[in-house]
Design a protein around this ligand. Structure first.
Ligand SMILES: [Zn+2]
Ligand SMILES: [Zn+2]
Length: 386
């Protein structure tokens, strides 16, 4: 893909110019890319205390020693989990607002969400040095931020390059690597929801992008068979799958290929926990894995209730046993209770999560239309609520 028109009638383009997963160290490749650019202003390397230790310091020293221009660093202080909130965005904006021509984000989810938004607001480019294969937002063009404690998604821009070192990815905390697997397992139900909406509601759908996403999922699942280390995951294959997933979103200009009802459940859980003053005790991707099993049960319920309708639509949703097996082999959690989601919250989420994204048609909306949403919520709770 890239230039030229697609059979779906659109042109799929990406502004991410370069994706490189290097074997040991990516600093030299990064340096030669930056040397070839006509940059104005300083380069600002951004990390938190953890990512500074694992890679930020090396990147900073290499650029400072060899780039031949002013290179500065900004490290979010503290060992507590960093949040992409007003404070973090404000602190980085103040540091970067004058004289900075380029941001180098060293980290995974949160660091990227902050850098993507701040660089967009300041009108300067940014690139990513990824430290964990934990989520698929590296090539994303939006930033989810916490405003007054509530998650909101803001427009931003994609990084012009994504770098990663296999050595660093391999050493990432096991729960972050597993979270990356969980985010990829979720694509199975996200793609099913996209096809459902296309076939029932005529929503735009691109078979090429859908098949690119299938490849990304296959790459990630293959990584389970070919890897080593604590998680048994091949981090290069997983990272490739995650980046490909981000590109698929950029190609259609929305998160549709990567995010369906399983993500809506997770956003609902996060929203309710934060509203009750509880910090969600899970990583995004591990929750997506559990939510994918919930949605697989939703599809099983609808297929049993409306067998003709579901088979006429030609959908092939993942079965609960298939998703269960993937979660087990990835070392991920299985039941909502393991994430601190009790039966009542699970029931509420099946009934209400679609209201968070009313214009994105999924199995949850379909059950609502058919007046089956309460029965479906009972069904999921009876299987996974304990
Ligand atoms: Zn297309
Ligand atoms: Zn996700």
């Amino acid at each position: 893909m890239g230039g030229g028109g697609c059979a779906c009638g659109r042109v799929h383009e990406s502004k991410v110019q370069s994706v490189r997963i290097c074997e040991a160290s990516c600093e030299e490749d990064l340096l030669s890319l930056l040397e070839g650019l006509h940059l104005e202003g300083d380069v600002l390397c951004v990390a938190d205390e953890y990512t500074w230790e694992v890679q930020g310091k090396e990147v900073y020293q290499e650029l400072r020693g060899h780039l031949g221009r002013s290179v500065r660093s900004f490290v979010f202080p503290g060992r507590k989990r960093l949040h992409p909130d007003e404070h973090a965005v404000g602190a980085l904006t103040i540091s970067a607002h004058s004289g900075v021509g380029m941001i180098v984000a060293v980290g995974s989810g949160t660091i990227n969400d902050i850098c993507r938004f701040v660089s967009f607001v300041l009108g300067i480019p940014y690139l990513v040095v990824a430290t964990a294969p934990s989520m698929d937002g590296y090539a994303s063009s939006v930033s989810p931020l916490l405003v007054n404690g509530k998650k909101q998604t803001f427009p931003a821009h994609v990084p012009f390059a994504v770098f990663a070192s296999r050595r660093v990815l391999q050493e990432a905390p096991a729960e972050l690597i597993r979270a990356g697997m969980g985010d990829m397992i979720g694509k199975r139900t996200a793609l099913t929801d996209w096809r459902l909406s296309h076939r029932r509601k005529g929503e735009y759908y691109c078979p090429e992008v859908a098949s690119l996403m299938e490849q990304a999922v296959d790459a990630a699942l293959d990584s389970l068979r070919s890897g080593d280390g604590a998680t048994g995951v091949d981090v290069t294959a997983l990272m490739e799958g995650l980046v490909l997933s981000g590109l698929a979103m950029e190609y259609v200009g929305s998160s549709r290929p990567a995010s369906g009802s399983e993500h809506h459940l997770v956003h609902y859980w996060e929203y309710r926990l934060l509203d009750a003053g509880v910090e969600p005790p899970f990583f995004h991707g591990s929750a997506v894995g559990v939510a994918t099993l919930c949605i697989a049960h939703c599809y099983a319920f609808m297929s049993a209730r409306l067998p003709d309708l579901v088979s006429d639509l030609g959908l092939v949703p993942p079965s609960p046993s298939e998703v269960h097996a993937l979660l087990v082999s990835s070392g991920l959690k299985i039941r909502p209770a393991q994430l601190g989601i009790d039966g009542n919250l699970l029931h509420d989420s099946i009934r209400q999560a679609s209201e968070l994204r009313p214009h994105r048609y999924t199995i949850l909306q379909m059950a609502r239309e058919m007046d089956l949403i309460d029965d479906m919520a009972d069904y999921v709770v009876s299987h996974l609520g304990g």
